[in-house]
Each structure stands twice: as C-alpha cells, then as structure tokens.
Design a protein. Structure first.
Length: 148
C-alpha cells in the first residue's frame, strides 16, 4: 500500500483514528492538525456509522462547533464551506458503503489513498464556482462533471 496523499502519512492504528475523532468532537484537536487528512477521517467515521443525512449533519455541526471553539469565523470567504462538506460527505459515504473491510486505520488509509487529493472537487467544479460565497453558504451543483 502506498502512503496517502497527506502531510502526516498513513494511520498506524485504530486507536490513532479514534483519538483523532475524540479530539475533534471535544474541540481539543490542535487547529494545525485539523487538516484535509483529519477532515476525511472524521467524515469516514460518521459516514460508516450513520445514515447519510445524519452523517452530513454530524459533520456540519462538528465543523461549525470546532471552528467556533478555535475562533474561526464563517464568512463569505472563509470558515465553513457547505458545498465542499457535502461533496466530500457524498464521496466518503460512497466509499464507506463499498469498503468496510479491516479496521479504522486500514479503511482511513485506503480512503486517503483514493480520495486524499485536495483538488478532487476541482474535477467537478470550476474554481470560481467552488470558491464562491454562494457555494460556501449552500450546496451548489457541479458545473464541470456531475457527481455520480
């Protein structure tokens, strides 16, 4: 298995994944560690354990709560991004439905290997559409390639 496309490398144990989720939920995760790798891993945790709408809501609430605890304001140009959150919850939900073999670390590493590229949404959206205030505030349909 190759290393995921992240700055922290692959997870070494299920305990590492569980600790990440616990720290995120308790808002004790250092802001510097709330990176793409962490976002996707927490998304997997919710997508694998909850129905799709519940997983989306848990992720949305968690990010908003975490951002608030870390002093990150949601504005038209920064903070929480609804379209990116929904995009990845859809991607991760699909992955979780197909890949349920092994422990949390193995699954998270496979997810990151497959979907860890931060520019993945730009295969479906132009950058101007994805980074627009409208896409940050609410779901916006892709303008390049529709989602499956």
């Amino acid at each position: 298995m190759t290393a995921p496309a992240t700055s922290e490398g692959p997870f070494k144990s299920d305990a590492e994944v569980l600790a990440l989720v616990r720290e995120f939920e308790a808002c004790t995760l250092p802001r510097a560690r709330w990176n793409h790798r962490a976002h996707l891993t927490v998304a997997l945790w919710y997508a694998a354990r909850l129905e799709p709408e519940e997983a989306l809501e848990a992720m949305r609430r968690g990010i908003l709560r975490f951002n608030e605890a870390r002093g990150v304001a949601s504005t038209p140009t920064s903070g929480y991004h609804e379209t990116i959150t929904r995009f990845y919850m859809r991607v991760v939900g699909h992955f979780a439905g197909e890949d349920n073999e092994g422990g949390w670390a193995e699954r998270a590493n496979r997810l990151l290997e497959r979907y860890g590229e931060k520019r993945l949404p730009l295969r479906h959206y132009t950058e101007s559409r994805l980074m627009s205030p409208a896409a940050r505030a609410a779901w916006v349909e892709p303008d390049l390639v529709p989602l499956p």
